[in-house]
Every structure is written in C-alpha cells, then in structure tokens.
Design a protein around this ligand. Structure first.
Ligand code: SF4
Length: 212
C-alpha cells in the first residue's frame, strides 16, 4: 500500500475528538478540494510502500486502541478493505475518513465510517455518490466542511433530505480562515440544527504541524 504517514496524535475531529488515536494516512486522492489541508497526501511523492502486515505492525507499536485510516482518499487503494478487517480482527476500534465519492459497499460492518459530503466551495459539490447513503448506519458520521453561506445552505438541505434518516451523527466544520467558527455557530444556533460544530483540536494544539 502507498502510505503517506503513520503517527499517534489526539483525534481532532468526529465524535471521537479528544481521544488518543493512531492515524494511518494513505497517499493519493481522486479529488482536489480548494481548501485541502493535507495536499502532501494527495500525491504519492515521498510516500512509503508497505504491506498490510507491515502497517498493522506499526499500528500495534503505538499501543493505542483507536485507529483511523485516512488520506488522501483511503478507499482508492485495493488493499484498504483487507487492512480494515485485519485491524478489526486484532481488536482495534477502526475509523475511516473518506470523501464520499467512492463506494462504501463491501466494507467490514464493524468499521465506523466518517463520510464527507463535499460542499460547492470545495470545487466538488455533487461528488457524493448517492448510493453510499445505503451503507451509512447510525454508528457512522457524516461531515460537511463549510466555507460560506452557500455551503451552509447546501449542507442543511442535504442533511434534511438525505442524512437525517440514516444517522444523527452529523458534523459541520468551518473552513479556516475563510469562515469564522462564531459565524457558523450563529447559523447553527439560529436554525437549531441537530449537528455538532466541529473545530480541529489538533490544529489548536499543533498549528500547521504535519504528522499531528
Ligand atoms: S478529498 Fe480530502 S485529501 Fe482529497 S483533496 Fe479533498 S480534502 Fe484533500
């Protein structure tokens, strides 16, 4: 597998925010979001080539029960499904963060999926594969990264029409610095939306540090 980096940090996003977590960041992505915060993971330059077994050994070495597979876009790689199942069989709780444009079909049912729905300002509004709604369970989380009011309206509509029937774990995160958290917070409060405002904790602890 092509791996950008493996490291232990504080989980900065999702309902698991605040917990120690091992991140397996796979290299390569099929999208090019305007505000991408891991552009180095989009291209395989400087990435490592490791087997599923070698990745599992590295993950075990951190002595941490929570693992997130992320990217780039982790579902682009053929062996990702096997990596997920191997880690689950070893007793890890496994999360995956995926951009929503690649099929979720056939993933291990024990996996917790954090699925992005790209909003228009990313440049990839409409990239979400609608069939993926069939594979989102109440344990999974749906994330919208919001850059402006237009994104907010898009996310609110999508939430009401497509997501609420699948899961109540919905994350709204502002694009920094384009949108101030207090502005997004004000919109959520005004509409009383049942979503979790999400700020990247690791960004506050270790601003702009890679591998954190
Ligand atoms: S999907 Fe993720 S890794 Fe890919 S370009 Fe968008 S933000 Fe970056």
């Amino acid at each position: 597998m092509i791996v950008s980096e493996i490291f232990k940090s504080i989980q900065g996003e999702s309902t698991y925010a605040g917990l120690p977590c091992v991140f397996i960041r796979l290299a390569g992505c099929n999208l090019k979001c305007s505000w991408c915060d891991t552009p180095y993971a989009r291209v395989p330059d400087g990435a490592l080539e490791l087997t599923v077994e070698e990745i599992a050994v590295k993950a075990r070495g951190f002595h941490c029960a929570l693992v997130e597979i992320t990217g780039g876009e982790p579902l682009q790689q053929r062996d990702t499904k096997r990596l997920i199942t191997d880690l689950l069989n070893e007793g890890f709780r496994v999360l995956i963060e995926t951009n929503g444009s690649i099929s979720l079909e056939g993933l291990d049912p024990r996996l917790v999926k954090i699925v992005d729905v790209k909003c228009p300002s990313s440049g990839h509004g409409g990239s979400f594969l609608m069939d993926n709604l069939n594979f989102i369970t109440p344990d999974d989380e749906v994330k919208f990264v919001i850059g402006d009011r237009n994104d907010y309206e898009y996310a609110r509509r999508f939430l009401e029409e497509c997501v609420m029937a699948r899961t109540s774990k919905v994350l709204f995160a502002p694009v920094r610095p384009a949108l101030e958290p207090r502005e997004l917070a004000g919109w959520i409060l005004k509409d009383c939306l049942p979503v979790r405002l999400q700020l990247q904790i690791h960004g506050y602890i270790w601003p702009n540090e890679r591998g954190r």
